[in-house]
Design a protein around this ligand. Structure first.
Ligand SMILES: Nc1ncnc2c1ncn2[C@@H]1O[C@H](COP(=O)(O)OP(=O)(O)OP(=O)(O)O)[C@@H](O)[C@H]1O
Length: 294
């Protein structure tokens, strides 16, 4: 199947800084693709070049197998990190104003339903909560019924409830057959929403794949941490390697059920243990030696 988007050896330089330094990836239609990386990794620059907002220094961008034409801007929807909304327009008027800009527009009722805007239609757009504002910006990104939707840090600044709400909406957009490209520095967001991610650091893609595959490839099994004194047998009597780490004992296992049964049989109170399943933060740490959010 032809990728909906293909990026080849993209470079974007600001004076001596290579903000994007030879980035290549391709995206199959209908998936949610994430660029995950810390602040300054080059995620926003990458998508702004793809969107056509910034010119590339070099590299190639293909949409449906061909260089982007003048129709590209009509086929995409963009939710910006910062968009100035017109404060004298209510939500409904804002939607209608944007709809009039396009020859083909998504039905208003559908936009309102997907983006859960029913209760704020008569509110002025500068009087919205952070979550409501993000949902309106998302609706504006969908107004032209785009095939490809760009979301730049869609949940930054939202409280946990509003973030979950937004994630539901992004999943719905993808379920309606649209291709979504999002940037994020939240690993939970990338794990939950993305079928595939490219991990960016310092202008480069350092790894790419499905979140689960990346975790499987780069991280061991689940880690169980227990206080030293809680084990009532010698650690080498266990069938799992159990080693001292920073004043605790640590076990890494692919078989958590057997491991926990064995610990209980050896007197360990499960209330005292901490179980950690590897996540994308661990992948980033393994690859770079740094945390995603330093
Ligand atoms: N207009 C500009 N002029 C000069 N440098 C820039 C410009 N825009 C971005 N940069 C630099 O390019 C690098 C990549 O920035 P970019 O915004 O793409 O990163 P990001 O991964 O999206 O980070 P964030 O999550 O903070 O938005 C950073 O070092 C940034 O300071």
């Amino acid at each position: 199947m032809t990728p909906i988007l293909e990026v080849r050896q993209l470079v974007k330089t600001y004076k001596s800084l290579k903000a994007v330094n030879g980035v290549s990836f391709s995206i199959a239609p209908g998936i949610c693709f994430g660029l995950l990386g810390p602040n300054g990794a080059g995620k926003t620059t990458t998508i702004e070049v793809i969107e056509g907002i910034l010119p590339p220094t070099s590299g190639e961008i293909l949409y449906q197998g061909r260089p982007r034409s003048s129709e590209f801007s009509g086929a995409i929807g963009i939710q910006f990190q910062h968009t100035a909304l017109l404060s004298f327009l209510k939500v409904r008027e804002t939607l209608e104003t944007f709809q009039r800009l396009y020859p083909r527009a998504t039905d208003t009722a559908e936009l309102i339903e997907i983006c859960q805007l029913g209760e704020v239609l008569d509110q002025y757009s500068d009087k919205l909560s952070g979550g409501q504002r993000q949902r309106l910006l998302l609706a504006l990104a969908l107004v032209n019924d785009p095939a490809l939707v760009f979301l730049d840090e869609p949940s930054t600044g939202l409280d946990p409830q509003a973030r979950r709400n937004l994630w539901d909406i992004v999943q719905q957009i993808r379920d309606r057959g649209k291709t979504v490209i999002l940037t994020t520095h939240y690993m939970e967001e990338a794990r939950l929403l993305c079928d595939e991610i490219a991990i960016m650091d310092r202008g480069r893609i350092i790894e790419q794949g499905s979140p689960d595959a990346l975790i499987r490839t780069h991280c061991g099994g689940t880690t169980v941490r227990l206080p030293k004194q809680s084990l009532q047998c010698a650690p080498d009597r266990l069938s799992f390697p159990c080693r001292p780490v920073q004043g605790h004992m640590e076990i890494e296992t692919d078989d958590i059920n057997t491991c926990l049964r064995e610990l209980m049989a050896n007197g360990v109170d499960l209330n005292d243990i901490v179980v950690h399943s590897p996540d994308l933060e661990d992948v980033f740490l393994k690859l770079t030696g740094r945390r995603l959010r330093d």
